[in-house]
Design a protein around this ligand. Structure first.
Ligand code: MRU
Length: 356
């Protein structure tokens, strides 16, 4: 079902919600159109994640959690007391949708832990409560990260961000853009430079739109324009989100983040990564072990339906890269800030509880 809502989502009104079925704002057509798609079956949710209807690591995790609710409902309707066996295929489909954002696997693991505790009666209400909790916790984590990240910025300064780590990439408010929102409210940000972020243009389409919606000064730039901007001396911080942070603090994020971090170090600019602890994967020792998604080369070879490169041209399309921990000045999570990350500091963070 396609529905068109009269208003676009706001920073605190995430672009996904559950009301008997899952609704997703179609991020492929934003900001040109606000179209909401609805889903009643988990395999369709898995396909929506793969096809980028919904994107951004925390939003993918929240979506997968709601996908498990739909899977549980269908499994109980078809298999009754045998629903725990029947749900497995859908859990696997959801987990196979995209490989890099660990929030997806984190959310499915958390839903699985609940499934193990449930009996053979209809699991839908309990699964929904857990999915709603995951969603609400993510929104709260973003507000907390906003406060913590903003404290690190002296300002007033200019910021560079890459991709979209905003409200629509999360349960609400945003990770990197949550920090931007909080820091702007505190008078610490003059202007945000948003990299357009080839080939999906998350910066041009989504970050520029979110910041303009909030009245935060934003200038779009080509991905290759960051170096000359940095040389001008107005930028104090690069602030980005992450899809997976390894145990040693290496950060996987949208392709191009690594290059930005190298540039930032050369120009004496600091790099902040804002991500909830659901993005931290202590099971991978370093970024070298993070699976990097490679998408269809057609995404690069064409743009807006128009072929760019000559017929037969070969293209590589890795959609994430790994920034070594040594280039990261601060990892901001809802549990606290890790400066100059190392394995020991990341372990201490993950062993701590909220607020410590
Ligand atoms: O391919 P995408 O659009 O899902 O990639 C998203 C990013 O790389 C974001 O920076 C990351 O998920 C953090 S979102 C809060």
């Amino acid at each position: 079902m396609n529905t068109t809502k009269p208003t676009l989502p706001t920073p605190d009104d995430a672009a996904l919600w559950y009301e008997d079925r899952l609704y997703l704002a179609d991020q492929r057509v934003l900001p040109e159109r606000a179209e909401f798609l609805s889903y009643q079956q988990a395999p369709e949710v898995a396909e929506a994640i793969r096809a980028m209807v919904v994107r951004g690591a925390p939003a993918i995790g929240v979506t997968a959690a709601y996908g498990v609710v739909l899977a549980g409902r269908a499994a109980h309707a078809t298999a009754g007391v045998g629903w725990k066996t029947a749900i497995e295929a859908d859990l696997e489909r959801l987990a196979a949708s995209r490989p890099t954002a660990v929030n997806l696997f984190w959310a499915i693991r958390r839903m699985r832990a609940l499934i193990e505790r449930l009996d053979t009666t209809d699991p839908t209400p309990a699964l929904l409560r857990e999915a709603l909790a995951i969603h609400e916790e993510d929104r709260a984590a973003n507000h907390r990260m906003g406060d913590l990240g903003a404290e690190l910025i002296e300002g007033p300064t200019d910021i560079v961000t890459h991709c979209n780590a905003g409200a629509i990439a999360t349960g609400g408010y945003g990770t990197a853009l949550g920090v931007v929102r909080s820091a702007f409210a505190a008078g610490k940000i003059r202007r945000v430079y948003a990299d357009e972020t080839r080939p999906w243009m998350q910066g041009a389409r989504l970050t520029a739109w979110e910041l303009m919606h909030d009245g935060i000064p934003v200038t779009l730039q080509a991905d290759g324009a960051a170096a000359s901007l940095m040389a001008g001396g107005s930028v104090g911080w690069v602030i980005v989100g992450s899809d997976r942070i390894a145990a040693n603090g290496d950060v996987a994020n949208k392709i191009g983040t690594y290059g930005l971090a190298v540039l930032a170090r050369y120009h004496g600019i600091k790099v902040m990564v804002a991500a909830p602890t659901s993005t931290v994967d202590m099971e991978v020792a370093s970024g070298a072990e993070i699976p990097i998604e490679e998408r269809d080369s057609d995404e690069l070879l064409s743009c807006g339906g128009r072929r760019l490169a000559p017929a037969g041209c070969v293209a590589r399309n890795p959609v994430f890269d790994v920034t070594p921990a040594a280039l990261v000045d601060a990892i901001v999570t809802e549990r606290g800030v890790v400066l100059n990350p190392t394995t020991e500091k990341m372990r201490a963070l993950m062993d701590s509880s909220m607020g410590e």
